[in-house]
Design a protein around this ligand. Structure first.
Ligand code: 13P
Length: 258
């Protein structure tokens, strides 16, 4: 059975002190929730805080993820962080292909595919983001866009490799806007993504892959989003910056009857 996951993407927020405080609050709050077997909580702070988050994680049940990785193995790439570096710090997950990186750093599907390869080669699970912008949805092109992102970003992988990938559907028009996809819109796209995976890899493999929803997911809507059969949790931005909000979303995952 596929895993349910709630991952917090802190993006470029918090000083070191604030980050430390948030982690402490999170650990305390997690102690009061009952973790469910196979449910995973991931915290993705900025690079400089990974070690701190990872040290504290050993006393709690959350895992740590990075927000990006280089497509290169090593060498003269100033400012870049390699998958091998992340592996050497026991980082287990890494977000790639976030719409903010696609939009502000011109990341293409082929670059994202290379980042995925680096991560898998270093035994780190990629959380691969996909999703359409508002104009694409208004033109009813959302399925074509997501099909291209999934096909070009992931379909070079073997059966064994794809099983180590987590997918996050984040409609760009819902990110940081307060506008959430309706549970029906989320389910429709998640089922579409799973059908693409089933066409390429077969149903049993498609059924093992966790597909998370991201985009203004918060305590008030997490429950109805997570109740959908193909929504396996969430990738949380703004609401992951406050332990009390994030923990309510974790609780919504734990309570989801599926
Ligand atoms: P918000 O939850 O702030 O909309 O951000 C979602 C996101 O981009 C997570 O990666």
């Amino acid at each position: 059975m596929r895993k349910k996951i709630v991952a917090g993407n802190w993006k470029m927020n918090k000083t070191f002190e604030e980050a430390n405080e948030l982690i402490d609050d999170l650990v305390e709050a997690l102690e009061e929730t009952t973790p469910k077997r196979d449910n995973i909580v991931i915290v993705c702070p900025p690079f400089p805080y990974l070690e701190m988050a990872s040290d504290i994680a050993s006393d709690s049940y959350y895992s740590v993820g990075a927000q990006d990785v280089s497509a290169e193995e090593s060498g003269a790439f100033t400012g870049e962080v390699s998958a091998a570096m992340l592996q050497s710090m026991d980082i287990e997950y890494c977000i790639v292909g976030h719409s903010e990186r696609r939009a502000y750093h011109g990341e293409s599907d082929s670059l994202i595919a290379r980042k995925v390869n680096q991560l898998l080669a270093n035994k780190i699970q990629p959380i691969v983001c996909c999703g359409e912008v508002l104009e694409e949805r208004e033109a009813n092109r959302q399925f074509d866009v997501v099909r291209r992102q999934i096909t070009d970003g992931l379909f070079h992988l073997s059966d064994q490799q794809i099983l180590n990938v987590v997918i996050a559907y984040e409609p760009v028009w819902a990110i940081g806007t307060g506008k959430t996809a309706s549970p029906e819109q989320a389910q429709e796209m998640h089922a579409f993504i799973r059908s693409l995976l089933a066409e390429k890899y077969g149903k049993p493999i498609a059924n093992e892959i966790s597909i998370l929803y991201g985009g203004s997911c918060k305590p008030s809507n997490a429950k109805e989003l997570f109740a959908n059969p193909d929504v396996d949790g969430g990738l949380i931005g703004g609401a992951s910056l406050k332990a009390s909000d994030f923990i309510q979303i974790v609780a919504a995952m734990n309570d989801a009857r599926k």
